[in-house]
Design a protein around this ligand. Structure first.
Ligand SMILES: [Zn+2]
Length: 391
């Protein structure tokens, strides 16, 4: 049960230099420069990282764990994501959610999927409700869901999108107040995670909500803000007002009016906006539909939790210092979402650790002190993944 990691170049995310780490009970219990002399009777397993970079496990705050989609008919509902889709991408903490389909999918299903992922060794939470207002909840209210259900930390909704409920300012405020008060009652994040669509209103609904209420700016957490270049400028301005903005690591084609996540993050950091108010999420398991002017789907892809690691590798390959870009994948979302013990490497923190290869790719992944990926190979599979491998 005891694991000793030797010669790790630790980015916590701040650079700590070459360190040895001792892991026990799912936690980092010691970090030092001298190799500790452990009694053989303890039977510690030893892994020498040979100076490779060791970073915190990635925190992905936007994942369609039960599968998203369904926007072009029932056959387009995306299947659920198995455990190793996260771990092989270095993701050790996820926040699951519903999207357009909050009619045939339900927060009850999300909560059980979160519990399943926890039983398989990952750390997981969820947002209640989906795109629509009145919100779909388990207890009858967003506040009740946050107060009564351990893994629910806030609510999801959608703005500036033809798939949203076209919420009025007051509807948005009511939802945000429910999340905020639920957060106050529990010490959880208590946020509204807002899917922002392609619509021309952009982030105006959030600005209007802030102007029209006493709610703190941090309660409004817009995502997909890099999907249009003008929207991204709005997001940087909103971050200066106190909102935490979330970039999506979706693929961007040549000439598209969008910023790839790796470009968006550097633009954000270069802008001088508060560096702790930005994160990157994957939209894993979400379908990525492209609509024509009549709102019909013309093309469809599926988001992958591995896009986070690909974005990080692209940033490192472009010469960005790990300590500059890592917080957006680790410490920033963990702090915003109040995920204690997540997003950083320290004595007492959870042992969610990722060792990178020389190219910045994912080589070894530990979640809560257990190896899930070693040498680039998945060693811990989800309940039905063995069956899939045989098929
Ligand atoms: Zn999504």
């Amino acid at each position: 049960m005891l694991k000793l990691l030797l010669n790790a170049r630790v980015f916590a995310p701040e650079p700590l230099g070459l360190r040895h780490l001792l892991i026990a009970g799912g936690k980092v219990v010691w970090i030092g420069t001298e190799r500790p002399a452990l009694p053989a009777a303890l039977g510690a397993s030893v892994t020498d990282l040979d100076g490779r970079r060791l970073i915190p496990g990635l925190v992905d705050a936007h994942v369609h764990l039960t599968g998203g989609g369904g926007e072009a008919g029932p056959e387009t509902k995306v299947p659920p994501l198995p455990l190793s889709r996260f771990t092989r991408g270095g993701v050790t903490s996820v926040v699951a959610l519903l999207g357009t389909d909050d009619a045939t999918r339900h927060p009850r299903e999300l909560v059980t999927a979160v519990q399943g992922l926890r039983n398989e060794g990952l750390s997981a939470w969820c947002w209640t409700a989906g795109y629509h207002i009145p919100p779909v909840t388990i207890t009858g209210s967003v506040r009740g869901d946050i107060a009564a259900i351990d893994c629910i930390i806030g609510a999801k909704t959608a703005i500036s999108d033809h798939r949203s409920s076209q919420p009025s300012r007051d509807e948005l405020l009511r939802l945000a107040s429910e999340a905020h008060v639920g957060g106050l009652m529990t010490g959880k994040a208590g946020l509204v995670h807002l899917h922002v669509g392609d619509g021309a209103r952009g982030l105006a609904p959030i600005r209007e909500a802030l102007e029209g209420s006493e709610l703190p700016a941090r309660v409004f957490n817009p995502t997909h803000v890099n999907r249009k270049k003008a929207l991204f400028d709005e997001a940087i301005a909103l971050a200066r007002q106190g909102c935490h903005v979330d970039i999506t690591a979706f693929p961007v084609s040549e000439g598209e009016d969008a910023w790839p996540a790796e470009v968006a993050l550097v633009r954000y950091l270069d802008s001088g906006a508060p560096s702790e108010r930005v994160s990157v999420s994957s939209d894993g398991g979400g379908c990525l539909p492209e609509f024509d002017a009549d709102g019909r789907v013309v093309r469809m892809g599926v988001g992958d939790p591995g896009d986070l690691a690909r974005t990080l590798a692209a940033l490192l390959a472009a010469g960005q210092p790990p300590e500059r870009v890592l917080p957006a994948f680790t410490r920033n979302p963990a702090r915003l979402l109040r995920l204690a013990g997540k997003g950083h490497i320290a004595v007492g923190a959870d042992a969610d650790l990722v060792a990178l290869d020389a190219n910045g790719g994912i080589e070894d992944v530990m979640a809560n002190g257990v190896w899930h990926v070693t040498g680039g190979r998945v060693v811990a599979r989800g309940t039905f993944e063995h069956a899939e491998a045989r098929a």
